[in-house]
Design a protein around this ligand. Structure first.
Ligand code: NI
Length: 173
């Protein structure tokens, strides 16, 4: 397993709409393992393929932060089937090191996808895991959590975002 390089805010791939995976071959299976490894090494609870430079519809999530008996897994070609309710909580993103802000999201989500074994999976989660599943799905659509910031919050962080864009990874730490 390899640890892949993270792509940070300012990298155009984070704004691309990712393409569906057409064939879950050995290369994709290996990539899925690398994505999980990269998420774990960086202490993330979710990581999307475009955050490591691939514009394909795969993301990794790690439910073990909530339930130790669960293992990290990847979702391929995920679809949001339904969302319900509302929650508000602190959110971060490995493409924005050190930036944490409160973001409103639906409380509950149902996602359908394929697993690495090509079998369909249906996942129903609430709370933090719903937040992660939706945050990562957004990445595949080229959407970032800063897009949910209100005008005031945007103005407060804008200068530092520009520095991050210019390559200063310490600006929010
Ligand atoms: Ni993110």
């Amino acid at each position: 397993m390899a640890v892949l390089d993270l792509k940070y805010y300012g990298n155009p791939i984070l704004r691309k709409v990712a393409k569906p995976v057409e064939n879950i071959d050995g290369e994709i299976v290996k990539f899925a393992e690398d994505l999980i490894r990269t998420m774990q090494v960086n202490n993330g609870i979710g990581l999307a393929a475009n955050q490591v430079g691939r514009d394909i519809r795969i993301y990794a999530v790690d439910p073990s932060v909530i339930d130790m008996s669960e293992e990290p897994f990847v979702l391929i070609n995920p679809q949001i089937i339904t969302t319900e309710g509302e929650q508000s909580g602190e959110e971060g993103c490995l493409s924005f090191p050190g930036l944490f802000e409160t973001v409103a999201r639906p409380e509950r989500v149902i996602v359908e996808a394929l697993g690495v074994n090509e079998k369909p999976v249906r996942i129903e989660r609430d709370g933090l895991m719903a937040r992660v599943l939706l945050h990562e799905y957004d990445h595949l659509e080229g959407k970032l959590f800063i897009d949910y910031f209100g005008l005031l919050k945007k103005q407060l962080v804008n200068k530092r975002l520009q520095k991050l864009k210019a390559g200063d990874l310490e600006v929010f730490r």
